[in-house]
Design a protein around this ligand. Structure first.
Ligand code: ZN
Length: 287
């Protein structure tokens, strides 16, 4: 009998991408063997949201966020927003994402990105769903927009009733932004980069973050953790992220797993969906 391990949730991976077309089933088997009980697959555009939902219909352990990524936000108008809204009613949709701002690549002009971002934040507030935020080289604008949004949500949205409003995924800013994000009701997502040997700032930051406001993620197929850096990433590797954070904080990795799984369960309200708490989930996924 395999050793009993505390279950993990990969709060952010892109299993719908073509990098997994050849062996997606095996990737899910390995996730299951690594005790990764649930995965959340954010879409990056409408087409990929539909693909992610098809996977969620096929596999119990896959949940979905629907959204248009800033690098795909060329044209987010009323039709695209209506399509997203229609997709978001699917019972396996647990968040709006990934959305945000990315000023590193210059595929989409910043003002277009900001308009698409704000429109999707409004959609999330309307629907009462938390948001998965992508931020890259745009910390100032992200903070300005989310600060205002979080304040208005607190007054008028069903989202105000939820324990958490959003996650800053693949967090790459400083402690100041993390602390302000906690005030907005946000959590922080950490993934592969925290395992990179060169990531001194993240190594210093990880012990200072609130452990009760932390989600683990892979962002697979990207951001592969050490020692697999350079290869394709996959959800099973979220365990390496967990172990690294435990080491940096001087904690037992089972405790980091239990705490982050509890936060992810509450963030995505997974317990309410199918009545199965991730920690007690034991049905074989691939019978
Ligand atoms: Zn992503």
């Amino acid at each position: 009998m395999p050793e009993q391990r505390t279950v993990l949730i990969d709060s952010h991976c892109h299993l719908d991408l073509s990098q997994f077309d050849a062996d997606r089933e095996l990737v899910l088997v390995r996730a299951h063997e690594a005790a990764v009980s649930y995965l959340v697959n954010p879409g990056i555009d409408l087409d990929h949201c539909r693909r992610a939902l098809a996977l969620a219909e096929q596999y119990d352990e896959v949940f979905v966020a629907v959204g248009i990524h800033p690098n795909s936000a060329h044209d987010v108008g009323s039709q695209e927003l209506a399509d997203l809204r229609a997709l978001a009613v699917h019972p396996k949709v647990v968040a709006i994402g990934e959305i945000g701002l990315d000023y590193h690549w210059h595929d989409v002009a910043p003002d277009r990105q900001r308009r698409a971002f704000m429109a999707q934040l409004e959609l999330a507030a309307d629907l009462g769903l938390p948001v998965i935020i992508h931020h890259r080289d745009a910390n100032k604008d992200i903070a300005e927009i989310l600060r205002v949004w979080a304040a208005t949500v607190a007054e008028r949205s069903p989202l105000a009733q939820r324990p958490f409003k959003g996650v800053l995924h693949a967090f790459s800013a400083g402690l100041d932004l993390a602390q302000e994000a906690y005030d907005w009701g946000f959590v922080i997502g950490l993934g592969g980069p925290v395992t990179f040997r060169s990531a001194r700032e993240l190594h210093a930051l990880a012990p200072l973050l609130r452990i009760d406001r932390l989600l683990l993620e892979t962002d697979a197929p990207y951001l592969t953790p050490h020692p697999y850096r350079g290869q394709r990433n996959e959800p099973a590797y979220v365990r390496l992220v967990c172990e690294q954070i435990a080491q940096l904080r001087g904690m037992d990795s089972a405790d980091v797993a239990a705490l982050t799984t509890a936060t992810a369960t509450s963030f995505f309200q997974l317990e309410d969906r199918f009545g199965a708490h991730p920690a007690t989930r034991h049905t074989p996924i691939h019978a």
